[in-house]
Design a protein around this ligand. Structure first.
Ligand code: FES
Ligand SMILES: [Fe+2]
Length: 382
């Protein structure tokens, strides 16, 4: 049962004069390196929706913020995640996004070592009888992988973190189990996907998504559908943040004309039908759950000043089955909104790069940004 949305702005946690992050967090390669271990090396990281795993190959190639992985679905439907390098001399194994015509075996393109879908090395030409060589020791390197309502996450925990207490994925996702499970993500299918390359640090993109203070200036069309003062937060601390934003009276959803593009999700209550639920999952996943479709943003860190963003639109099969199904009004609306956001993120990146930059104070409309910064600094230990 979803907790009811609370639109009372006064109840939002104040950012209490907190300042924005200092310049080094946005421009320093040393911070980028530190994040690799402390932020991305020990977290559940969003991989993909189950419907993105290629039907025929049962495979999805994932860049988990700098680490190349392959997600492989077995015949029983389980998904396992492996590093995408050969155990011989390290060649990348799977090179195409949909894994091309991957069959039951994964053969390295270099010297033809071959692995099965469980990651075991099953053949290594001319290695038989090699002193001390045991195939069993050279299976693909596996990483932790789990699914929450059809959303697949991986965790790249390294040896130095293995003895720390770790939350299971369902424990980690508990706030969304309370607030966003009514969209039944496991039933949905991705119908459209758009990729972007943004010349900005990943945190600027995360922070930008976390506030609508900029909406009246940057997104006039969005602000008509969901006036910025209708935003509220029901999760305001920790790795998951966000809450619902009320639709204006004339609007049914976020689309070019404000009209629905799919059928309303069957389990939503009256309040959920009149709002968009926006949540971020630290460090790389945004969920925008509309009354009739779900939008996902997945971030991939590329460098300290560059980030790939992949955007997926998910619909209920009942919507997709309709003869006149056409998601383009939603896709066009968000493509425009995304590009407006990337532009201001890039402006911020360029401004913060100036050595004279000094962080300014957050407003109360930026309390979620302030909460993101606190969690980030806590993870980074900085
Ligand atoms: S690098 Fe893969 S078989 Fe040699
Ligand atoms: Fe925006």
């Amino acid at each position: 049962m979803a907790k009811k949305a609370d639109f009372n702005m006064d109840k939002q946690r104040s950012s209490l004069g907190q300042l924005a992050l200092e310049r080094q967090f946005v421009v320093a390669d040393s911070i980028f390196e530190l994040e690799t271990e402390r932020v991305f090396g020990n977290q559940w990281i969003y991989g993909c929706h189950q419907s993105e795993i290629d039907e025929s190959s049962g495979c999805f190639r994932l860049n988990a913020c700098g680490t190349q992985l392959i997600l492989l679905r077995s015949e029983s439907g389980d998904v396992k995640a492996f590093h995408n390098f050969c155990r011989h001399r390290g060649s990348e194994l799977v090179t195409e996004q949909n894994c091309g015509s991957l069959g039951q075996r994964i053969q390295c393109p270099y010297h033809a070592w071959t692995y099965d879908r469980q990651g075991a090395l099953v053949s290594a030409p001319n290695m038989t009888g090699q002193a001390g060589f045991d195939k069993a020791e050279y299976g693909l390197k596996q990483v932790e992988c789990a699914s929450w309502h059809g959303l697949i996450f991986v965790r790249l925990v390294d040896e130095s973190h293995r003895d720390l207490p770790q939350l299971s994925l369902s424990q980690f996702m508990a706030p969304l189990e309370e607030h966003a499970v009514d969209w039944s993500f496991g039933d949905l299918k991705v119908t459209n996907s758009i990729d972007y390359e943004v010349s900005a640090n990943w945190k600027l993109i995360f922070q930008n998504y976390s506030e609508c203070y900029h909406c009246p200036t940057v997104h006039p069309a969005l602000n008509r559908l969901t006036p910025f003062k209708g935003a509220s937060n029901d999760v305001d601390d920790g790795p998951i943040l966000g809450g619902p934003m009320r639709l204006s009276e004339e609007s049914e959803t976020m689309s070019s004309d404000g009209k629905s593009v799919g059928s309303i999700f069957p389990n939503l209550d009256e309040q959920q039908k009149r709002a968009v639920a926006y949540y971020t999952v630290f460090p790389s996943f945004f969920l925008s759950a509309h009354p009739d479709y779900v939008l996902i943003h997945r971030l991939e860190r590329v460098s300290v000043s560059s980030t790939k963003v992949s955007c997926q639109f998910l619909f209920h099969p009942d919507s997709i089955a309709q003869a006149d199904f056409d998601p383009s009004a939603a896709v066009e609306f968000w493509d425009l909104t995304n590009r407006q956001d990337w532009e201001v993120c890039e402006l911020a990146q360029r401004g913060i790069t100036d050595v004279k930059y000094e962080p300014g104070p957050y407003s109360n409309l930026e309390s979620v940004v302030a909460a993101f910064d606190r969690h980030y600094r806590n993870q980074l230990g900085h």
